[in-house]
Write a protein that binds this ligand. Structure first.
Ligand code: MCN
Ligand code: CUM
Length: 795
């Protein structure tokens, strides 16, 4: 099916909304648009204290002495805690999501600017911040490693001397694919194009920064933690392991969250400090970061230096791709990815093309920068992978002097090749790439644009058209090979239908703005015929939801969405048995008609799901052997990931006098299989495209040679506004996932993954008259200008 979707959205009144999938308005919006959401910072508890964190002003320094006496004497201060004090309790270090350790508070050394050194708990936020100024830390500065390329130099200072026997800054080596087979293909290829490209360090920068309220009850030993967490269940298990608290005594609540984008996947020292603060004082303790703290200390994204190589025949058949990557992991390896995937899902760098061979070797290093490494709508490093392959394809088109859209069309994996096993071991579940590509070209008017461009070039005007085609891998993941710190990546789901036919569905995933309260009600409604307005979605509270791994990597729809559909089918199966009793026919004689069971061949005999719900709980006998009630729960373990894809085309104009890039148009055709709520999908795509334009043109966390972070505010870390982005034009195709119960694939990260190469390819295309084949992001006016002058140095 290929449908375009450019007309004004025909939003339906929710009261008239059909029972299931479709453009339903978001159930959560009435509270958000009236400012009535309840975020962590809205939590107010009696006697609540406030926590502030003292952070290192240096990137690398030995801590000689910390004097906290003046801060302790502050009349409003209740506690001042240093790393040494935490070390006494065995809490100075905590595990990261990648089996490394990270300092909760620095004991021996500080290893990045902004690292947590001490915390103060005081009666109010102002007093806590004032008292930070009274703490006197004596640092002995050490040489910092701020350049990833020199991190492994023999004379580089060793950052992680806390790790036994560590004598350099090597973090890990990783490889995938077949080196020898790839070399053989490269040896016989007519054309080999090499290009180094840097995906700079960027930051998710959610509107709401990270924070929490910890409330430890000294009487019953229970801990309640309201926190900005994308994965409340996984966090609870980690707190149990770190703090030695029994898991059943910990309740993690993720209330409304003001954007996550991956930034709220890791556990941050501030959460642990707040828990310690509450235990020490016996009072609830609130901690909320400010913007600078969020930018300098929490999970960054990307930071890959990639040497890419693509091999092809002279008539444009792509044969193989090879890459060598230098990955900057900061001071602690805090990458959030399944344990067996230290480079996340970067292995899908073979993209959407039918290759003969592929190989990647990666070296990851420690530097004196903040830890992190997945966050920011990346689907576990697929953003980097897609950027690599889509830039390489354009570099090849440049060398062969062929049209980049044609080059893609000629090399796609064909529909009949699915399920398609890539040369790096991934099995793409389903795909039909050419219609998506053709649709994007039609929507944008590709041929006309090329004519316009040719015409403009004769006048010295700079216009560029950039294509990108991506395949994503989302829905981590099959328990057989995916876990985070030993926790398998399956999701529970529970559905209860009340006697009156209203229902509650409990999820293990946690929305940060994706509209789960709406779409999960729609998934259940589609299966069981109860209106979505009658289905309450409960999430984000470990005491009230089944165990599961949380929302990131666009996994909610592929994993929890499947769980919701299957649990609803389980309830429907039971409802059918009850209906057979009510209608006095055998189960085999019943037809399901979304919301009611009918007797085959007798349209007048039927019972609604609401009638059945009442009977399940009410008077009268149920069929032999059936328990009362109408509810079920399941735990869904996906058999594979889902592989959404998309074709994006960006059109830019560049001011030849200043190098300023204007994105004139952007067309995005996405395929995420069965579409639950097209309005929400478009919103997700619009947001991701905005992210992508931001990364391509303006976002970068940069450092000076001493490791000082130069991007610690929104004055220096630029994020796109309505002024920098065009009116988005979207389309879609539908290629269902064969293994997902409703055929849905994830979409939340697609646009962020797919759009940066489209923008960069467009800019480079515009600069063709200047002989520019590549320039690194962010393509700020000065970089574009330097590229035009031929003076741009590798970043
Ligand atoms: N959806 C749909 N039909 C599909 C696929 C998805 O209607 N075939 C709907 C889903 O039901 C859900 C939304 O689209 O309401 C996104 O679904 P999905 O792709 O499963 O992604 P997740 O819900 O797991 O969200 C995570 C994803 C990630 S990893 C990042 S990063 C990101 C993103 O979502 N962060 C966001 N989008 C965000 N949107 C907002 N507003 N805020 C964030 O922090
Ligand atoms: Cu990789 S950012 Mo999202 O997965 O939360």
């Amino acid at each position: 099916m290929t449908v375009t979707e450019n007309a004004a959205p025909d939003l339906v009144n929710n009261d008239e909304h059909p029972l299931g999938h479709g453009r339903m308005l978001r159930k959560e919006d009435p509270r958000f648009i009236r400012g009535l959401g309840k975020y962590c910072d809205d939590v107010q508890l009696r006697g609540m204290l406030h926590l502030a964190i003292l952070r290192s002003p240096m990137a690398h320094a030995r801590i000689v002495n910390i004097d906290t006496s003046a801060a302790e004497a502050h009349p409003k201060v209740k506690a001042v805690v240093t790393g040494a004090a935490l070390a006494d309790k065995g809490l100075a270090w905590m595990p990261t999501l990648s089996n490394d350790v990270q300092a909760v508070l620095a004991t021996d050394k500080v290893r990045f600017q902004g690292q947590e050194v001490a915390f103060v708990v005081a009666e109010d936020r102002y007093a806590a911040r004032d008292a930070l100024e009274l703490i006197d830390v004596d640092y002995e500065p050490l040489e910092a490693v701020a350049d990833v390329r020199t991190a492994l130099a023999p004379d580089a200072p060793v950052i992680r001397d806390d790790l036994e026997g560590k004598e350099n800054n090597h973090c890990f080596d990783w490889e995938t694919g077949d080196a020898a087979a790839t070399q053989a293909v490269f040896d016989r290829a007519d054309v080999v194009v090499k290009q180094e490209m840097v995906y700079p360090r960027v930051h998710p920068a959610p509107m709401e920064t990270c924070g929490c309220v910890a409330d430890f009850d000294r009487v019953d030993g229970g801990l309640t933690l309201w926190s900005t967490s994308q994965a409340p269940h996984a966090h609870r298990t980690l707190y149990a392991l770190v703090a030695g608290l029994p898991e059943h005594k910990i309740r993690v609540i993720s209330p409304d969250i003001g954007g996550g984008f991956g930034n709220k996947v890791p556990i941050y020292p501030g959460y642990v400090c707040s828990i310690v603060g509450s235990m020490l004082t016996g009072k609830p303790v609130k901690w909320m970061e400010d913007r600078s703290e969020n930018l300098i200390s929490t999970g960054f994204a990307r930071d890959y230096v990639m040497q890419g190589e693509i091999a092809a025949t002279k008539d444009g058949k792509i044969l193989a791709i090879r890459t060598d990557v230098l990955a900057d992991h900061g001071a602690f390896n805090g990458t959030a990815a399944p344990v067996k995937y230290p480079a996340g899902f970067f292995g899908v760098f073979t993209g959407s093309y039918d290759l003969e061979a592929a190989y990647c070797h990666m070296t990851a290093v420690y530097t004196n920068k903040a830890p992190g490494g997945v966050a920011y709508a990346c689907s576990f490093r697929i953003t980097e992978a897609v950027y690599l392959v889509e830039r390489l394809v354009d570099c090849l088109a440049y060398e062969l002097d062929v049209d980049p859209a044609d080059l893609r069309l000629n090399n796609f994996i064909k529909p009949e090749q699915f399920p398609y096993a890539t040369k790096t071991g991934w099995v793409y579940d389903s795909g039909n790439y050419e219609p998506a590509m053709r649709q994007s070209m039609e929507l944008v008017g590709y041929a006309d644009l090329r004519r316009e461009q040719a015409d403009k070039r004769t006048r010295g005007e700079l216009m560029g058209i950039g294509c990108s085609f991506f395949t994503e891998a989302v829905g981590a993941g099959p328990r057989k090979d995916m876990d985070i710190l030993g926790l398998g990546m399956a999701d529970g789901c529970e559905l209860r239908v009340h006697p009156t036919g209203k229902a509650v569905v409990r999820l293990s995933v946690q929305s940060q703005g994706q509209g789960h309260e709406t779409t999960f009600a729609q998934i259940v409604a589609e299966e069981i015929g109860i209106p979505p307005g009658d289905i309450e979605v409960v999430h984000g509270d470990t005491d009230n939801t089944p165990f599961g791994l949380g929302t990131y990597g666009s996994r909610s729809t592929p994993v929890s969405g499947a769980a919701a559909a299957l649990v609803a089918r389980k309830v429907r199966d039971k409802a059918k048995i009850i209906a057979s009793g009510m209608l006095e026919v055998s189960v085999a004689d019943l037809d399901w008609d979304k919301g009611s069971f009918r007797v085959k061949g007798d349209p007048t005999s039927s019972v609604t799901i609401q009638d059945i719900a009442m009977r399940a709980h009410g008077a009268g006998d149920l069929p032999e052997g059936l328990e009362g009630g109408l509810e079920a729960q399941i735990c869904y373990n996906p058999s594979n990931l889902t592989y959404p894809f998309g074709a994006y085309i960006c059109v830019v104009d560049i001011d030849p006098g200043t190098g300023a890039v204007k994105v004139r148009r952007f067309v995005a055709v996405d395929d995420c299989g069965t579409r639950i709520n097209p309005m929400i999908i478009e919103g997700q795509v619009h947001g991701g495209l905005t992210d992508g334009v931001g990364m391509a043109l303006m976002e970068m966390i940069s450092f000076d040679p001493d490791g000082n972070c130069l991007s610690s505010s929104f004055m220096d870390y630029l994020i796109p506004t309505a002024l920098e982005v065009p009116h988005w034009e979207t389309g879609f195709t539908v290629t269902p996932s064969p293994h997902h119960p409703i055929g849905a694939k994830g979409v939340g990260e697609s646009a962020t993954v797919g759009s940066p190469p489209a923008v960069v390819n467009a800019v480079i295309d515009a600069l063709r008259p200047y002989g520019v084949r590549h320039a690194d992001m962010p393509l700020t006016p000065s970089r574009v200008w330097e590229a035009m002058q031929g003076t741009l140095k590798p970043s």
